[in-house]
Structures are given as structure tokens and as C-alpha cells.
Design a protein around this ligand. Sequence first.
Ligand SMILES: *Cc1c(COP(=O)(O)O)cnc(C)c1O
Length: 381
Amino acid sequence: MQDRGSVQARLQALLEHIRETNEHFLGYPCNTDFNYDELTPFLHYHINNIGDPFVDSNYRCNTREQEREVLDYFAGLYHLPKGDEWGYVTSGGTEGNMCGLFLARETYPKGTLYFSEESHYSIFKIAKVLRMEYVVIRTEDDGTMDMEDLDQKIRERPNSPVIVNVNIGTTMKGAIDSIDDIVSVIKKNNIANVYLHCDAALFGMILPFIKNAPTLSFNQPISSIAISGHKFIGSPIPCGILLARKVCADRIAHPVEYVHSMDTTISGSRSGYGALLLWYAIEKRRHQFALEAQNCLDRAEWLMQVFQKAGIPCFKNPFSPIVVFKRPSDKLIQKWEIAVQRDWAHIIIMQHTSIEKLQKFLEELFIEQKIPLHPLQSAVS
Ligand SMILES: *Cc1c(COP(=O)(O)O)cnc(C)c1O
């Protein structure tokens, strides 16, 4: 067997590699600017929030109380009254989408799921796992769902309940589907059986804090929202939040004697650490989330201006920290961990994406593309 060195040496090498990757991390929406040192002692325990967070379990080493406070916080952000509130801390955005669409399917087993072609890849997978009938809707150039196409596709299935996965910020272009427009199209078709699930993985922690941003609220006829915890908030392990109307969860609830709770969650055992991380981040940073979000959007505007001055084709949706630009070389894509799709690439401005880091990247990009460096300098001043 090949000698890979001592465990200690390998851990050291791994740590250095991980630190190095953090220096060049521009393409994915995971905030790396966090500190949870105070929670380290909890890593000595197996903390498991098995079962429904609102129904106490026999498994006592848990963080359900903190989990419920996290859910209360998000219920407040999205105007879900306390008595109507349900949800749980998930393993990430995908599990939130899975649970939201599971609730939808249990509500309308004969429903059709509509989602746009720019939806996150998890939606395609979930439609298959849940064996839901689904129809993919075209998008406009900006990445939002094409309402004429939705209208036509709904008209082709006049007797089917309508389930829509609403993109609150698409992964590639940061496009926000209009809940109001989707509701109008459904109303126009006289469909009463409707379930709207909102995939707000990243933007769910941006829009509530930005003035004049599109509304994301349970005052609208939506039934569930999924958010990723490790994206805007940031965490050392993936986690997320699913928030739903309690009436929807009641349809899937059934008691399990073995753990003395309700089996309403997709996972059985659930990380109590994830809930604790989110709770801690909210306690420490709730007063500054608005500023963090605004700063990300401001730097995204700055980057757009630099690209425009340099004559590099680029695009950004309103209220989005995602700057789309013409695909650079594979060398830069790799080094800076930039996400790409065909001819386009994007940089996502998160809390850790400083102007200094962007300038380092831009310098390399400009040199590669033989663009004079002065647009960079004038944008700074
Ligand atoms: C990242 C993302 C997801 C999936 O979230 P994970 O936490 O990676 O499972 C879902 N939808 C959108 C729009 C995303 O950007």
C-alpha cells in the first residue's frame, strides 16, 4: 500500500489546501466570513434533532429549542403567523425543496409541477424522486419564468392542480420569478387548487433586508419557502431552513412511537449542530444582516461597472449579488473557482468577496484578455 504519511501530516496538508482555496473563492454563493469558535465544545457530543422540531422527542440531547427560535426568526422575516408556522432546519437547500415539493404532492397528488428551465438542478431530481408530473417553462433572457409560456402550459392541463416552484433568485443569473405574475396567470385560468413553493436558497436572506426589493411573504398565496443556511449566513457544515404553513405539514404527519415524535421531516436523524450554528449566527448578526446584504449588492454594482468600462460583456439582475460575464480561460475558472454555463461565467459577491480580492482576479483577467489595466484603476478611485 502507498504510504500517504502520518495522519497528522495529512491533516496539516489538508488544512493548508483548504485555507488556500478560501483565498480564491469567487464563483459560489457560500459566505466564508464567519466564526463559530464558541460552539466548538458542542462538537464533543452527538446532538440529534430527530423528528419534528415542534413535537418533543425522547431523544434528549438536542437543540430543538434553538431550532424553533431559528424558525421563528424566519417566520418573522416572511410574515408567517406563529400559529400557522411549521418547518425545520434541513441539511441544505435541496432538502428544503424536497420537503416543500413533498408537501405539495401530498396536498395535490394529481397536481402538475411547473418550474422554469433555469431552476436549480435539485428541482429536476426531486420531480423524478417524487414521481411528479412536471412541465418545464421557458425563461426570458434575464432568467425569469416566461409568463406566456406558463399560461399556455397551464391551459393545456385545465383540470390539473397547479404546483409551481418559484425561483427566488436562480443559481446562474440570480433571476427572481414574480409571485404576483404567477398568481395572475393561475387566476386567469380559474384554477383553485394551487401550491406555490419558493426556492429562495440564497436570496431568501437578501430580499427581506433590501428596500423596494420584491416581496417574499406568506401574506402572498405561497405555501413553503426553502433557504440554504450555508449560503448567505455561512456555516462550516451545509444546512438550511424549510418554512411552511402548518396546514400543509399536518397532511403528512404521522406519529412514530420509537422516537416519540412526528415523522414529518425528510431525514430521520437531523444535525442538532446545524440548528445551533444558525441560531448563533442569528443571535450575533441579526442587527447587521441588512448591512451585509446591502454591501454585497454595492460591490456587485462596482464589479458591473468595471466590466462595462473594460468592454467585457456582462449582466446582472436587480437585487442580485450575481455578476454574469463572458467566460474566461479554464485556468482562471479553476484558480478562482468560478461557476460556468456554456459561454458565461459568474462571480457571486458574498461577505468575504472584498474589493481587494476582486482586484487581484480582475488584474489576472485583464492581462489574459489584453485589456489595459486603467478601467480597473479608475473604478477604484
Ligand atoms: C444552492 C441552491 C440550491 C440548493 O441548495 P443546497 O444547499 O446546495 O442543497 C437550490 N436552489 C438554488 C436556487 C440554489 O442556488
